[in-house]
Design a protein around this ligand. Structure first.
Ligand code: ASC
Length: 151
């Protein structure tokens, strides 16, 4: 029902692209959903790394796999024009689209560091994983510093 209205609106506007039909709010929701899922898994690993709950190697490895898979996904949600939503708030800064090369480099760093953590999680113990976990956290933070609006 909702989708058909969007389609009607898009056809009326003469804009045939499906990306436009999905709308900027959908792109924003898509990437935010992925980042939420990423955070859910990443924070649980952090709680184990910090010793606030017992280290569970299998659980940690599963979460690291998930983070590595999720890290590859948000990029396509940063659709041009989605620095502002219609109804969905976003903290994505316009610099993402002005300085796209730098943004891409940072997203790739997240992908690479997450993949390294997932590999390490198969063999390393908790102390060994601290380093790899920290490198993913740094990738999160440096991108937020440059490309996410402050709270
Ligand atoms: C988190 C979270 C982030 C990152 C970042 C790492 O758990 O929500 O955005 O880690 O704080 O420095």
């Amino acid at each position: 029902m909702k989708k058909s209205w969007v389609l009607v609106a898009v056809l009326a506007a003469g804009v045939p692209s499906w990306a436009t039909a999905q709308g900027m709010d959908d792109a924003i929701r898509y990437r935010q959903g992925i980042f939420e899922a990423l955070k859910w898994n990443f924070r649980d690993m952090g709680v184990m790394i910090q010793g606030r709950k017992p280290f569970d190697k299998a659980r940690f490895a599963k979460e690291a796999e998930r983070v590595a898979a999720l890290a590859k996904m948000p990029w396509e949600g940063f659709v041009k024009g989605s620095s502002k939503g219609e109804d969905v708030p976003t903290r994505a800064r316009p610099e993402i689209w002005y300085d796209h090369d730098k943004f891409n480099t940072m997203m790739q760093a997240l992908i690479d560091r997450s993949a390294e953590l997932a590999v390490a999680a198969k063999t390393e113990d908790k102390d060994g994983l601290h380093h790899y976990y920290g490198r993913v956290a740094e990738a999160c933070k440096s991108c937020h510093d440059d490309f996410r609006e402050r709270d």
